[in-house]
Design a protein around this ligand. Structure first.
Ligand code: 13P
Length: 257
């Protein structure tokens, strides 16, 4: 069985001091259990303070929001996989639509970043998603398959066993207009079919696929009710303790724990 994952992408929000206060509140408020995983992705500058605020006993995991594909070198402003590992990250978000749209990340670059994550034992959360124009033109499946093909090229099923995929339709991110559960389920099925065709049924069945895009405590249950949706990648609603913890509570309830 796939363990549900609720991940919070803080994007460029909270200073290191704000983040530490928030993380302490989150530990107080969150009921953790082995039935689900909870991961937060603060900005790089806050990873260290959040790690200390979470403490050693917290089971809330840490993720980077991006990384550079090389381990070190003359790459001003960049952060590498070993640097994230050293700060206690177990996960890294890669290929977010904001990275693609605002920073020109293409699938071949995302492929190199995935390779760096695998090399260093960081579990990637790979984001894929179509724009509104692409959906309206009936190109959703083609776009998602293209993103998967380009970014997952050359990896073995063993490497991909570390992968989580997040389906984040661009038109649903930060707009308050979430996809319907039916739309999300249909794309999740497309992703599983792609993994089965290109790798194996075991990989397709074992890979966690999250939904992201305007997930709130109000709509989270409708996504989490489906066996096809293995959790959520939450943006805006992860910036308040209560809303993020409520979404985690809902995921926990679904597991019956
Ligand atoms: P929102 O939840 O704010 O729509 O953001 C989703 C997202 O981009 C998470 O990575």
């Amino acid at each position: 069985m796939r363990t549900p994952l609720i991940a919070g992408n803080w994007k460029m929000n909270k200073t290191a001091s704000e983040a530490a206060t928030f993380a302490r509140e989150l530990v107080q408020r969150t009921i953790t259990s082995p039935a689900i995983e909870i991961v937060i992705a603060p900005p790089f500058t806050a990873l260290d303070s959040v790690r200390h605020a979470l403490g050693t006993s917290s089971s809330i995991g840490l993720a980077g929001q991006n990384l550079h594909w090389e381990d070190r070198g003359a790459y001003t402003g960049e952060v590498s996989a070993p640097m994230l590992k050293d700060l206690g990250c177990q996960y890294v978000i890669l290929g977010h639509s904001e990275r693609r749209a605002l920073f020109g990340e293409r699938d071949d670059v995302i492929q190199k970043k995935l390779a760096a994550a695998f090399r260093h034992g960081l579990k990637p959360i790979l984001c894929v998603g179509e724009s509104l124009g692409e959906r309206e033109a009936g190109r959703t499946t083609e776009i998602i398959a293209g993103q998967l093909k380009g970014s997952l090229a050359g990896f073995t099923a063993t490497q991909l066993a570390m992968l989580t995929i997040a389906y984040e339709p661009v038109w649903a991110i930060g707009t308050g207009k979430a996809a319907s559960p039916e739309q999300a389920i249909s794309v999740h099925q497309t992703i599983r079919q792609f993994l089965q065709r290109e790798w194996s049924a075991a990989l397709a069945q074992g890979t966690r696929i999250l939904y992201g895009g305007s997930v709130t405590p109000q709509n989270a249950s409708s996504f989490l009710a489906s066996d096809e949706i293995d959790g959520a990648l939450v943006g805006g609603a992860c910036l308040q303790t209560e809303s993020f913890a409520s979404i985690a509570d809902l995921a926990q309830k679904r597991t019956g724990h």
